[in-house]
Ligand binder design. Sequence first.
Ligand code: ADP
Ligand code: MG
Length: 602
Amino acid sequence: MSATAQAAKPVAARRFRGPFAGALAYAAIAALAAVAAVYTPFDDYILHILVETATYAIAVFGLTVVLGLCGQINLAQAAFFGLGAYAVGLGTADLHVSFWLALVAGAGVALVMGALLGMSTLRLGGHYLAMVTISFQQILTLVMINWIPVTHGPDGIGNIARPALFASGHGFLGLCVIALALVGYVVWHLPETKLGRSMRAVRDNELAASVSGIDVYRVKVAAFALCALLGGLGGGLFAGGFSYVSPDQFSFAESIVFLTMALLGGVASPIGALIGTALLIVLPETLRFLKSVPGLYLAIYGLAVILIIRFMPDGIWGFAQTYLRRLMRPAPFAQAAPDLVLVPAKIEAPSALEVEGLSKHFGGLKAVDGVSFSVQRGSVHALIGPNGSGKTTTLNVLSGLYAPTAGKIALDAHDITGLPPHARTAAGLGRTFQNIRLFRSMSALENVVIGAERKGNEIPPGDLPRGHAALVERARAALGFVGLEGRSRDPITSFSYGHQRLIEIARALAGNPTLLLLDEPAAGLNSTEKLELRGLLKRIAAKGLTILIIDHDMALVSDVASHITVLNFGRRIADGVAAEVLRNPDVIAAYLGAEPDVAHRA
Ligand code: ADP
Ligand code: MG
């Protein structure tokens, strides 16, 4: 115990010093920028460009969150920007409320609209989201133009007030710089939070995210709402900066401009958002001298954007980062990874899993047809059968990716039949996929941290550091257990197929499941890797973890499994103690390949 306690201290100390010093340096730079904004004698023209850049960039940060982090499209950011702008415009000019109140109200309305829009469409997926956001954008534009008594119609709103403290052009720019710095700080650190990690997991692989315990729908709605909030905030500041707004500033075309800014600079990072925004505001200004030739200005501008995106698909910042990353390798871990501790389930029911009359029909195809079996606690139970016999479908129904046509599933004596995948994971289910599903933009460690972070994971208390550091230690322990701790910082794409399988197993183990579902873990492995896997499975089993494994490798199955259930055409044809099942003539006939007379006798 004392050894681990000593090991924990420096980790905690490092974590405190690192981010704290970073935040302090950032605050100092932001303060300097704000002071420079207030005291540099910019003329009005430059002042306008800077205010525009800062307020637009806040809205583009929203796209960094929703598109860059979470992979969801939003083609209505100008509408949310407009909501914020109109709230400040109507609030200060017509209703004479304070700028701050109007700003908060506008951002709040944008947040609520974003959440509602997200909640109504994010279950449907990509194309619908694009369509619905476009419709929302169009509706809002129509309202701004046609609801004349309230919005003043195409004339727009003038005489928008600023707060007294920031009434001058320079003062207001200072305010925008502070807002930009604050929002930028939040967006920059978001990927390191649980929510941000969940967003990245959803973007990389929704199915894997859900079985790692992430509520995919909620995370998407959160990302969308946050994006809308930043749109509203940016728009509110924009209205204060220009004291006049009109509907054409918040049209669909502007939404496309916001999107282009994000993609051009690099959608994955707020730095990219800022670069893209500045470029798309400054570029047209510098090309002004071409305006004497009609169309030429737009052609050059368009061509420049296309060329940059064509040759830098990850945007300008993404391109720069590939070089910067080589310079900024993270320091190796000072201490060895701790041992993996699997906390046994508190429930004492003899079976970890009870499956009763489970069916899954796809139209007329009965992929799984009335299957029952139970997995004893602490055992390794194999599910075998010919290709297409319904094994993967069974696992998908067990983990909640498919709703069963009929039947009941109980995990640790709790009925989980109606639960969504992430709730089953929270209840103690862990799994891997037949086709590996990892979060491909992340390192091995980040993948496994997401597994460790699942709700209900009881990270052993006591000696280990807490919070994020505990998750990292837990993930390192899991990676160490599968033999890959030394490469934890490497990107997923650098691992062999066999090692990717091990990382997937580590991700499930880090979540401390009470039942581990493995779908053909030996598929695609060479003979050495298969031998290693066999050893790993035995070590997992020796820790008392219950395993349900699908595999075709009979040597592996008969070596590790104590019980076997056999499927054929979706039906259970045998079930029981391994040695007996493997001697069962039905099984031999259907699966193991046997003399016809054996099959006939059955
Ligand atoms: P196994 O894992 O045992 O090889 P599967 O469970 O993947 O088999 O498939 C069982 C049957 O169900 C197959 O005939 C397959 O084509 C069918 N099936 C699986 N998933 C789907 C799906 N999403 N839609 C339609 N049919 C499916
Ligand atoms: Mg399968």
